[in-house]
Design a binder for this molecule. Structure first.
Ligand code: EPZ
Length: 420
């Protein structure tokens, strides 16, 4: 597998990019399909490493997976033969944590090796556990990195999340669809992928109301019906990454197959920075003329509908191309600025202090940089596209975890990027 990308910068990206299915929705939906009482068909599944790994875990647990075409699977969980997801693969990705809720709902017991994922400081799962406990999950243990939970009875309950958490909201929803009675999640996350997981489950006969608001009400059902199909929503973060790349290269790019509403936090900021943004029904065009300049602005990452933290590294990179001093406040993760030293190696003028990065616009120069996680890796490629000269991005496995056909899509719109 390719280990590095080599980019010749300063090529304007022009043309059309088709956005793939949402990674973070797909992870939740695959885990949700494991709770259904028979096979279901999942369409618009992105072919990326995180999904590949989660599907391999599902197969190891006994589920049958058939590929109907390149982006559609049929997942049959009736052949699952264990409630213990403890293979090494589980610790390779974050999304495996959804098997906690899924198996607690399905079997009333689950063991899971601690999940992995991108490293940006502490990534606790205390809120997930608190939710499971409220539903009756007891006999909790944490030995050798394996979390085990058992519930004699799984009963609907009220759960309040102290912090808005995407993972906890989906995980509690996954357990609650099979609990007896009504669960109410208060201060729930509202991300588009929460709504997508709820829509998948409702298509299979679950009763989930309020997904997309901060109060979600789930009435448990003993059986979730099989033999239904569901299409995953487009990836908000993939789309945002290409929109940012269009602006930073002074290009003219139309991203198709996306939901413009999901892009509003970024669209508003790109317009404020001086880019031309044109919305269609399911597309967005972003353009910047060769002699136009971007204005520096301030950003603060927030849970949806705020500005997404998963676009923070790419946007901080965009600020290096703006005139003036821009600010980025990271308010979701405690330590998501570790990639900035890589941008500094490319000549970026950025000073960080805790959760604040102050970016003074200045030209980037090609260098060899490291993809330290998925979105940081996308930011390195974004920087390479804008930089003078050649940029080599190493450890690109991190990028392949979340971007389908990344190189092919970029090459098709004029990027000079190749696998090294
Ligand atoms: C999801 O992570 C995404 N991952 C992340 O995207 C994304 O950055 C994040 O949501 C925020 O949008 C997946 O969907 C697989 P959280 P998750 O629980 O669910 C604190 C990407 O690049 N918290 O919403 O793990 C936590 O420390 C990935 O695609 C607790 O305190 O994030 C953080 O500060 C990276 N206790 C905040 O909540 C908990 O039990 C939000 O985390 C859980 C979370």
């Amino acid at each position: 597998m390719a280990d590095k990308y080599i980019i010749q910068g300063k090529r304007a990206l022009k043309g059309e990019v088709q956005i793939s299915g949402s990674k973070n929705a797909a992870l939740g939906i695959i885990a949700a399909a494991m709770v259904v009482d028979g096979p279901s068909v999942i369409e618009n599944l992105p072919q990326i490493q995180d999904i590949k790994v989660l599907l391999e875990i599902c197969q190891e647990l006994g589920a049958e997976i058939d590929w109907i075409n390149g982006n559609t699977i049929r997942l049959d969980p009736t052949t699952i033969n264990t409630h213990q997801a403890i293979s090494e693969k589980v610790s390779k990705i974050r999304g495996s944590y959804y098997l906690l809720g899924s198996f607690l709902g399905k079997f009333r017991k689950v063991s899971l090796l601690m999940p992995g994922g991108c490293d940006f400081g502490a990534r606790p799962i205390d809120l997930h556990i608190k939710g499971f406990q409220a539903l009756g999950g007891g006999n909790m243990s944490d030995e050798n990195g394996v979390i085990s939970i058992e519930a004699n009875q799984l009963k609907g309950a009220g759960v309040f999340l102290d912090t808005v958490s995407v993972g906890a909201t989906i995980n509690i929803m996954l357990a609650a669809v099979k609990a007896e009675g009504v669960t109410v999640i208060n201060n729930a996350a509202k991300e588009p992928h929460i709504v997508d997981v709820a829509n998948f489950l409702n298509t299979m006969g679950a009763d989930i109301r309020g997904a997309g608001t901060d109060v979600i009400k789930i009435t448990g059902r003993p059986v979730l019906e099989a033999n239904r199909s569901y299409t995953i929503i487009p990836d908000q973060i993939e789309a945002g990454t290409y929109m940012i790349m269009a602006a930073i290269t002074h290009g003219d790019l139309t991203c198709t197959n996306l939901i413009p509403k999901h892009m509003e936090p970024l669209t508003a900021k790109l317009i404020e920075m001086g880019a031309m943004v044109q919305e269609g029904d399911d597309s967005i065009r972003v353009a910047l003329l060769p002699n136009d300049h971007l204005k520096a602005v301030s950003f603060k990452t927030m849970p949806y509908p705020g500005f997404p933290t998963d676009l923070q590294p790419q946007t901080t990179t965009l600020l290096t191309a703006a005139q003036g001093t821009g600010r980025m406040i990271e308010s979701v993760w405690e330590n998501r600025f570790q990639y900035i030293e890589q941008l500094q190696a490319m000549g970026a003028n950025i000073v960080t202090s805790g959760k604040l990065a102050v970016v003074q616009g200045s030209p980037l120069k090609g260098a060899t940089v490291f993809a330290r996680d998925l979105r940081a890796g996308a930011a390195m490629v974004t920087a390479g596209l804008a930089a003078e000269g050649e940029t080599t991005v190493t450890n690109v496995y991190a990028i392949q975890r979340g971007y389908e056909n990344f190189i092919e899509k970029l090459q098709a719109v004029g990027a000079d990027i190749k696998v090294g």
